[in-house]
Every structure is written in structure tokens, then in C-alpha cells.
Design a protein. Structure first.
Length: 743
């Protein structure tokens, strides 16, 4: 049902017409009511005055007739007024109420006995209005003679004529009112039509703007306020269009800028509803921006993650300050990254918080690099520590092994004593093996890099592996026939392989299965970044076992030096050596393991891009026939026992040997003697081995130099110089010296 309000507010023209009609109706109604009231009052007063005047006239004219009791004369006077408008009756009464004359002659001689008439018998002699209503008036006037009451003149006049007159006036007023309403409404319609045509034009223009039409124009050829309004509207529209174009340009620029940022950018309102994002965030949630707007975290992420995001949003908004935190997020394609998320509130112009802006940066690589740097620094620090320790041990072991070897030679004819010397040498060699493991940490490069077929290396090492494992563990080789070559130190690779296999054996209780497989693999940029190497082709060696497996915490520590899951049974150096070997080989290692599901160690080595060398140099284990034993050898070491040992070994082979326990002493000898070969320790006080070699060449330009070191990484000797590792084996020493002197 249509309400009055709907009718009234339908249009301005209708309101104008109805308003004018209503105003006319109200005003004309008030006017007619007032007019009728005035007319009625006027006619009532007039009829009262006429009635009083008629009664007084009768009283004045009938005084003498009443005194004379001339009934005929009184009747003539009464009848003479019978034509008075509205006269119902006229009469003369004596003071006792007897009718002396009456318009109806039949009433003459009767007495009036109604209650109204009886009031005259006791009333003062003055004019009274006995009856006065809208339809009738009755006036009684005293007849006086010498101021004495002798009777009453009484008239009754009908007021029905007044009612008819009032009705006529009312009817005419209503007609005039209706005419005014009609004329006013017509006028209002024409006026409203002219007004609303302009307003409708403006309305159509604003509606076009509301639906996105920016080409509308509101041009009214008018000189009134509507014309001014249309001009101002067009100016406003031009300004709005210009500002909107500038705003859209800025928004497009901002969107392009945000989309070019690799960070995840998003915005939410106070209820956690997304109101925008960039392309990186679209990729994360796998939802276009147009669909994302209006969603919440609960529609994009699992409930537990959405709850976490919402709680963090709420805390930040309540505090009113930016908050930063790190969190893991998963992509639809399975990628998992660690992000540093900064959330900050954004405000209206008056400072009211209306939502938040979030920026999440991928810090996975940064964390990996930090971890690699931490590990590298730890390994470097440990390398320096163990290198120093190993150097001192190698000095001691060199003395022990060297003199034990000499003792064994001297006791050749005393087997019982020779056996003791052999035991000393065996123990010393075990110590040398341990120091070599320690030196691995201080070594930055491998000793003997060569082009290697890892399939061949694994097959060569398989027998040693099987002997190292228990019989209940089955070893299976699954080798790629088309495996690429790589470059590495074969002995380091063998040690790494055996270390991992022995750890696998300890992880399997009594029996199990060990598989060693090889494959060619290409590491993409993403995968290489995760593994900390350069993208490209790699040779992969995978060692899998069926052991007890490891948890994530254990996996994170297995490459730390001295970390062991075997308690006192393990040194904690095996996997640390493996890790160091892979880093020296520019490779990496990946571990996958679950408790109760075994472990897999996957080693990656860069593919060798050089041509295979078919002609390999074979070591010569004999002295050159060109050896000149007459050349003097100078042995320099700050450990006097080592000097004595080296001098003794070489002297036993017929060489002429001098010894010095310091650089200064060696320089004195060099200046006095003709020296063909300088054998010097690298680490010495005051003048080290390299400085001494330089000074020696200034004295003897053709001198050969053999460096001796207890460290594993002193590779900065002059090009062409040889180096031998402590502890020194007499056979190796003699072979090296022979080669150098034969050149």
C-alpha cells in the first residue's frame, strides 16, 4: 500500500503542486470560516437590533392605546407590522400577562402562562431578550406611562433567513476555495515543470557519474540559480575528472611499483578483511586480487594459521604500533619459505586507525647464509685451533716415528727389540692418522684434485666398505652407467664414503640394508639457492640406510665438530670431515631422515667440464740416476730433535747434511757453505720458512727448497717448491730429496 510519505516525496514537482494546493486550501478554508463567522455574527446582531427596535417602536406607539384600552387601535398597530421580515408574532400584554393585541387575533384575551413569560411579571421594567438562539429571537419591551409600567410590547422574529444567508456565503466560499486550489495547482505545475526539468537534467548527469560515465555534461541555458548550479556542476565535474585521472595514474603507478616488489604486500581493514595486495601475495594465496578483496585469512589459510594471523593483527592494532615477526609460509606448489613480516596500522586524515598494511620479506636465503656463515666461522675457528694442536703433535710424532724407524733399522738383528720399535711406530702412525683428521678442519683446499669417475671410485671402495660393515648388513650398488666426471680428491672421497657408511651401520641395530647410488642431476636456481651452491649440473651420490633415523634437531647438529650420537664411542669428527670435504670440492650435502624410517645422505659434486686426461703421470718410487750426492743439504727446524732426525735419515742414505735450529743460524751456514737443497720448517720464530727461502735464493739462486709443515694448508710456497707433510716418512723424504737434487 502506497503511503502518504511515498506520494509526497515522489518528486519535487508533485511536492510543489501539493504544497501550493494545500496552502490554498488551508488559507481559503480559514478565510471562508472567518467570513462565515463574521457574517453570522453580523446578521445575528442585526436581527437582535431589529427585534429590539421593533419592540420599542410598538411600545412607543401603543402607550396611549393601552391606557385607553382601545383594543382596535392596538390591533391596528400590531397588524401594521405583520410584513416585518421574519416576524412570527407581535403582541401587547398588560402587566398581568393578558394578551391585549396579537398578530393572531384569536389569541386576544388569553393569558401567557409559560415560564419564560412569567418572568416578566416580576421583572424590572426594561427590555429583555426572552429567547435568543440561532433560529429565533423573542424581545419584550415595557410600555410606560409617567414611568409606570402599564404593559409589555413583545415580538418574536425567526432567524431562518440568517441560516440561509450563512449557507449561501459558505457555499460561495467553498467554490472560491476550490477555484483557487485548481488555479494554484495549475500554476504550480507549470512552475514545477520548469524547475524540475533542470533538476532532472542534473539528476541524469549525477546518475551517469554514479555508474561510471565520466563523459556526461550538464548544460542548462538558464539565467536563474539552476543555470548557475549547472555551470558550477560542470566545473566541479571537470575538476573531479582531472583529480580522478591523476589519482588513477598514481594508483596505477603504485600498483606497478608494488607488483614489481618481490616482497609480499597486503592490506586489511579492522575486521581482517583484505582490501588489496600485490602480485607476490596473489601467487602465495593462488587467488587473483579482484577475488581476494573481501576475503579473510580463514578463506585463504588453514584455521590454525588463520587464527595465528588474526591474533597477531589484533595485538598490533590494539597497541597502535608496528610489529615484526618471523613465520613460515607454504606456497600452493609446495615451496616453504621463512618470511620477516612487518605489520603497521594505517590512519585516516584525523588519525583514526582504519586497518593495517603488511609487508613480508623472504629471508630464507638470508637465514641459510647466516647459518652457513656461522658454520663456516665455527669450522674456521676450529680449524685454526686444531691446526695449531696438530702442528705440535706432528712435530712430536715426527720425532717418535722417525727415531722409531731408525731404531727398527738398527735393531734388525735383534727381533725381540725390533718388535718394540714396530709397536712404537704403529702407535705413532695411529696418532698421525688422528692429527690428519684434525688438520682436515684447517684445510681450505684438497691435496690431490683429479678428474674422477665416481662409479669407479665407489666400486674400488666397495670391498673396503663391506669389510668395515658387519656381515648382516647388505650393500647394494645402483650406479648410473652414463655418470658424468667430477674433480675431487679421491682419498678424501673414500674417507667421506666410509665415514657415512660406518655411521649407517651404527644406526642399524643388527641387520639392515645399505644402498649406494649415483645419478646425474641438474640443480635449478631455486634448488641451488636452498643448498648453498651455484646452479648447474652435478654428480650425485646417495647413501641410504634402513636405520633408526634422526629427528630435525639431530639433523641440524650432525655436521658440528665433536657432535656424536654414539656417546664415548664416537669422536664426532667423521661427518664434520665429510662436510669440510664437500665444501672444498665446491659441492654440498643434503640429509633426509625420519625417526624409524632410516636416513639418506645425498652428496653433490660439480660436473667436470674439462676434457678427460688419458695420459696420467705415474709417481716414480726410485731415485733418479742423476742424483748428485755430493750436493750439501741444509736442514732447518726449531725442533732440534727433528733436525737431528732428518740429518740422521739423510746421512744414512749417503747425503751430506748440515742442520740449523733457527733462521739466523741457517743464514750463517748459507753464507759460508755451498748448499744445493734447503729443507726448512715453515713455522719458526723470527724468520719463518718462506722468508728463509727467499733469503737463501738471494745467496744461492739455483738452490732447491723443500718445505716441511705440521699444517695441512700451507700452500703459498713459491712456484716450483716442494712441500712434505709431518710426520715425515723416511722413504718419502729420501724420494723427494732425490727428485729435487736430480732436476
Amino acid at each position: 500500500m502506497i503511503s502518504l510519505k511515498q506520494i509526497w516525496t515522489k518528486s519535487i514537482a508533485r511536492q510543489l503542486m501539493l504544497g501550493i494546493a494545500l496552502v490554498h486550501a488551508v488559507l481559503m478554508t480559514i478565510f471562508v470560516i472567518d467570513l462565515v463567522a463574521r457574517e453570522k455574527n453580523f446578521l445575528v446582531d442585526l436581527s437582535q437590533k431589529q427585534a429590539i427596535g421593533l419592540a420599542e417602536t410598538l411600545a412607543a406607539n401603543g402607550t396611549s392605546w393601552v391606557l385607553a384600552q382601545d383594543f382596535i387601535g392596538m390591533e391596528e398597530i400590531i397588524q401594521s407590522q405583520s410584513g416585518f421580515p421574519g416576524l412570527k408574532y407581535a403582541m401587547f400584554l398588560d402587566k398581568k400577562g393578558k394578551v391585549l393585541a396579537y398578530t393572531d387575533i384569536n389569541q386576544v384575551g388569553n393569558y401567557v402562562d409559560d415560564e419564560i413569560s412569567k418572568t416578566l411579571f416580576t421583572a424590572k421594567p426594561e427590555t429583555y431578550s426572552l429567547i435568543d438562539n440561532s433560529r429565533f429571537i423573542d424581545i419584550a419591551t415595557p410600555i410606560l406611562a409617567n414611568k409606570q409600567l402599564i404593559g409589555w410590547a413583545r415580538v418574536g422574529i425567526s432567524r431562518e433567513g440568517i441560516t440561509d444567508n450563512i449557507q449561501h456565503v459558505t457555499r460561495n466560499g467553498l467554490i472560491y476555495t476550490l477555484a483557487a486550489i485548481i488555479i494554484g495547482t495549475i500554476f504550480a505545475w507549470f512552475m514545477g515543470r520548469g524547475l524540475t526539468m533542470g533538476l532532472r537534467h542534473l539528476s541524469r548527469a549525477t546518475h551517469g557519474i554514479a555508474i561510471g560515465d565520466r563523459d556526461v555534461n550538464c548544460q542548462l541555458e538558464r539565467q536563474d540559480e539552476l543555470g548557475v548550479l549547472s555551470d558550477d556542476f560542470n566545473k566541479m565535474l571537470t575538476i573531479i575528472n582531472d583529480k580522478e585521472m591523476a589519482l588513477n595514474k598514481n594508483l596505477s603507478l603504485l600498483d606497478a611499483l608494488l607488483d614489481s616488489v618481490p616482497d609480499l604486500v597486503f592490506y586489511k581493514d579492522l575486521d581482517g578483511v583484505y582490501i588489496g595486495c600485490n602480485l607476490a601475495f596473489e601467487e602465495l594465496v593462488n587467488t587473483p586480487k579482484k577475488d581476494l578483496i573481501g576475503m579473510t585469512d580463514y578463506q585463504l589459510f588453514p584455521k590454525d594459521i588463520a587464527d595465528s594471523f588474526r591474533d597477531k593483527d589484533r595485538l598490533m592494532l590494539e597497541s597502535g604500533h608496528s610489529q615484526q615477526n618471523e613465520e613460515w609460509i607454504d606456497y600452493p606448489d609446495g615451496r616453504r619459505i621463512l618470511v620477516n613480516t612487518l605489520k603497521t596500522p594505517f590512519y585516516t586524515a584525523n588519525g583514526k586507525i582504519i586497518g593495517l598494511i603488511g609487508i613480508a620479506r623472504d629471508i630464507t636465503l638470508l637465514k641459510e647464509q647466516e647459518e652457513q656463515l656461522r658454520s663456516s666461522r665455527k669450522m674456521d675457528a676450529l680449524g685454526k685451533l686444531t691446526g695449531g694442536i696438530a702442528h705440535d703433535y706432528n712435530n712430536m710424532l715426527s720425532i717418535i716415528l722417525g727415531f722409531a724407524e731408525l731404531l727398527e733399522i738398527k735393531l734388525a738383528d735383534q727381533p725381540s727389540l725390533k718388535k718394540y720399535a714396530r709397536q712404537i711406530m704403529t702407535a705413532g702412525q695411529r696418532g698421525a692418522s688422528l692429527t690428519n683428521k684434525l688438520l682436515t678442519f684447517s684445510r681450505n683446499t684438497s691435496e690431490n684434485i683429479e678428474r674422477v669417475d665416481l662409479n669407479f671410485a665407489i666400486q674400488e671402495a666397495s670391498q673396503m666398505i663391506e669389510k668395515s660393515l658387519t656381515a648382516s648388513i647388505k650393500v647394494d650398488l645402483n650406479l648410473d652407467k652414463n655418470l658424468w666426471f667430477t674433480q675431487l680428491d679421491t682419498s678424501d672421497f673414500d674417507n667421506a664414503l666410509i665415514n657415512i657408511c660406518i655411521n649407517a651401520m651404527h644406526a642399524m641395530d643388527k641387520e639392515g640394508f645399505l644402498r649406494i647410488s649415483t645419478s646425474n642431476e641438474h640443480l635449478t636456481t631455486e634448488m641451488a639457492r636452498m643448498l648453498g651452491v651455484t646452479p648447474g649440473d652435478y654428480v650425485a651420490v646417495s647413501i641410504s640406510d634402513t636405520g633408526v633415523g634422526m629427528d630435525d634437531e639431530t639433523i641440524s647438529k650432525i655436521f658440528d665438530p665433536f657432535f656424536s650420537t654414539k656417546g664415548e664411542m664416537g669422536t664426532g669428527l667423521g661427518l664434520s670431515q665429510v662436510y669440510g670435504f664437500l665444501k672444498r670440492s665446491k659441492g654440498t650435502i643434503r640429509v633426509h631422515s625420519k625417526l624409524g624410517a632410516g636416513s639418506t645422505f645425498k652428496l653433490y659434486f660439480p660436473k667436470d667440464l674439462t676434457e678427460e686426461e688419458n695420459n696420467k703421470k705415474m709417481s716414480e718410487h726410485h731415485l733418479s740416476p742423476k742424483i748428485t750426492r755430493q750436493q750439501t743439504i741444509l736442514v732447518v727446524d726449531d725442533e732440534e730433535a727433528l733436525c737431528e732426525l732428518t740429518q740422521e735419515i739423510l746421512s744414512n742414505y749417503g747425503f751430506s747434511v748440515l742442520a740449523a735450529s733457527s733462521g739466523k743460524e741457517a743464514l750463517n751456514i748459507l753464507q759460508k757453505e755451498s748448499i744445493g737443497l734447503l729443507i726448512t720448517d715453515i713455522i719458526m720464530p723470527e724468520i719463518d720458512g718462506h722468508q728463509l727461502a727467499t733469503m737463501a735464493r738471494d745467496i744461492h739462486p739455483e738452490i732447491k727448497v723443500l718445505f716441511v709443515s705440521g699444517y695441512s694448508d700451507h700452500t703459498d710456497s713459491t712456484a716450483g717448491d716442494e712441500r712434505i707433510q709431518k710426520p715425515i716418512n723416511s722413504a718419502d723424504l729420501v724420494e723427494r730429496v732425490g727428485k729435487l737434487l736430480a732436476e
